[in-house]
Design a protein around this ligand. Structure first.
Ligand SMILES: [Zn+2]
Length: 113
């Protein structure tokens, strides 16, 4: 009798659990790596196509594009508001990254929307 009730109570809990696990819906497909984009927070609008691409993919493309400007301690960072930048990493005496200095800002995401 109350064994049955217990069983019924469990069911919705298990369903909820499954639901949250599969909740990572695909928003769109990244045109660069062809893998699904599951969160808007891992994606940015591509500077040319205006399609959503992964951050990592956007950075990889920029690194290729700006290769001649990069080098020792010079990297591409996301600096916010849809922009990337070439930055110089500044390390302290122990070799820990202390801060960075923006060398060149790269406007990436189109802002005319
Ligand atoms: Zn990608």
């Amino acid at each position: 009798m109350f064994g049955n009730k217990k069983f019924d109570d469990r069911k919705p809990y298990e369903n909820n659990n499954n639901f949250s696990e599969e909740k990572g819906e695909t928003i769109s497909e990244c045109p660069i790596c062809k893998a699904p984009i599951k969160s808007i927070y891992t994606a940015i609008r591509h500077k040319d196509s205006d399609q959503l691409v992964h951050f990592d993919c956007a950075i990889r493309e920029l690194v290729r594009e700006y290769k001649h400007k990069l080098g020792k301690n010079l990297r591409i960072y996301y600096v916010g508001a849809g922009d990337f930048a070439i930055v110089r990493e500044i390390y302290d005496k122990k070799g820990f990254l202390k801060t960075y200095e923006i060398i060149e800002r790269i406007e990436y995401e189109k802002k005319d929307k």
